[in-house]
Design a protein around this ligand. Structure first.
Ligand SMILES: Nc1ncnc2c1ncn2[C@@H]1O[C@H](COP(=O)(O)OP(=O)(O)OP(=O)(O)O)[C@@H](O)[C@H]1O
Ligand SMILES: [Mg+2]
Length: 367
């Protein structure tokens, strides 16, 4: 068996940091995760990135500078992977780098998405071919530009004998429905961790609620949950995708009356994530047999227990059972998308994104 190494780099809407993976596709095209590396964002970088989600003074210059800074951090992650695996840049075919989303506007009157990264600089620093800007081509072809991971989920996790959902709970929660007898479907369900993280930081100073322990001290406020769930996004039919453009602190605050206790709000935000996921599954995929969770939300024990209770008529597990650890599925997907680009194979699924046809995704910056 000849190795076929790619690197995937993902930094998602949670703004927690950079997930980087070295993946070998040499064994019958299956993704075998060889090395992983996580590099957290410091608070200054995180707050600068958050600020760039809105218009502001000198934003083009700031975005360009932060793209350079991100690219240096991505390159350091690549160096770690190479050292840990004793590989040289020439052994790696390409890096698939998602970049940092600061705008995602798939609406018909806007139709653009921005992921910050200086891919030319990353190719220069790593001496490895870099593929970036995966989403724009799908948007140009009439799609949402998201979610893109379902094609990878299909390639890795489709099983002819069972109906499965791959449920990623990152900053945003997105699912993929896999049934060998039907076209793949998938969409963003709504907020995953990002509103819980924002509320937790504001009231406890912690960047996330470890294991959902703080949320567990509060009570769900039914009226607040109902107000959250009345947003058009939840009733709108797929294809659909979202991000911080909609689900942000201002959106959260706009639903509060001001007399709620912080822990009750946290419990309600966790319930919002759970309810939007379980509604999506029960309404659209009543015949599903198993739900495999990935993303940082898989570590939230409280949330996982509530999910298992709400979906008691199906199996709920983590993707580790399918051979890819929950923390690394998204980064592996971008290694796979880089491989698709190099092989001139499509990376999108029109039944998921709404694009008129399949497209080869990403711009190539050769080593
Ligand atoms: N032990 C834990 N308890 C509760 N929440 C956790 C725990 N570990 C991680 N998380 C949550 O997971 C988040 C990070 O998840 P992840 O990296 O999957 O999101 P992301 O970067 O937005 O990724 P993507 O956009 O690729 O889905 C953290 O911000 C935090 O909210
Ligand atoms: Mg992350």
């Amino acid at each position: 068996m000849e190795s076929e190494y790619y690197i995937g780099i993902m930094s998602g809407t949670s703004l927690d940091g950079v997930d980087a993976v070295l993946v070998d596709f040499g064994d019958n095209h299956r993704a075998s995760c060889i090395e992983t590396f996580f590099s957290p964002f410091d608070n200054t970088l995180r707050s600068r990135l958050l600020a760039l989600h809105h218009s502001g003074e000198d934003e083009l210059n700031k975005a360009a500078l932060i793209s350079n800074q991100l690219s240096h951090q991505y390159a350091r992650a690549v160096t770690h992977l190479l050292i840990d695996s004793a590989l040289a840049p020439r052994n790696v075919i390409a890096i698939g780098c998602h970049g940092q989303t600061v705008r995602h506007c798939p609406e018909i009157d806007q139709r653009y998405t921005i992921q910050l990264v200086n891919a030319a600089l990353l190719a220069e620093l790593t001496e490895i071919t870099v593929i970036a800007d995966f989403r724009s081509r799908d948007l140009a072809a009439g799609g949402q530009g998201a979610p893109l991971v379902p094609a990878f989920h299909k390639a890795m996790f489709m099983d002819s004998n069972s109906r499965r959902i791959i449920m990623n709970i990152g900053g945003i929660a997105n699912l993929t429905y896999l049934d060998a007898k039907k076209p793949v479907s998938g969409f963003d369900c709504g907020p995953g961790n990002l509103l819980m993280d924002a509320w937790c930081l504001q009231h406890t100073g912690q960047s996330y609620d470890k294991n959902g322990q703080w949320a567990a001290t509060g009570q769900v406020i039914p009226a607040l949950l109902e107000r959250f769930l009345s947003a058009d996004f939840f009733t709108c039919a797929p294809p659909k995708s979202t991000g911080r453009d909609l689900f942000n602190f201002k959106w959260l605050e706009g639903h509060l009356q001001g007399n709620e206790s912080p822990e009750d709000v946290q419990a309600t935000l966790m319930q919002l994530t759970i309810t939007s996921i379980t509604h999506s599954i029960k309404q659209l995929y009543p015949a599903v047999e198993a739900v495999y969770v990935c993303g940082g939300g898989a570590h939230n024990l409280q949330m996982m227990n509530h999910l298992k209770n709400a979906l008691s008529d199906m199996k709920v597990a983590v993707t580790d059972e399918l051979g890819v650890q929950a923390d690394w599925v998204e980064a592996c997907a971008f290694a796979w998308l880089a491989r698709q680009a190099i092989l001139k194979q499509p990376g999108n699924i029109p039944s998921v994104t709404g694009a008129k046809e399949e497209r080869i995704l990403g711009a190539i910056y050769s080593a």
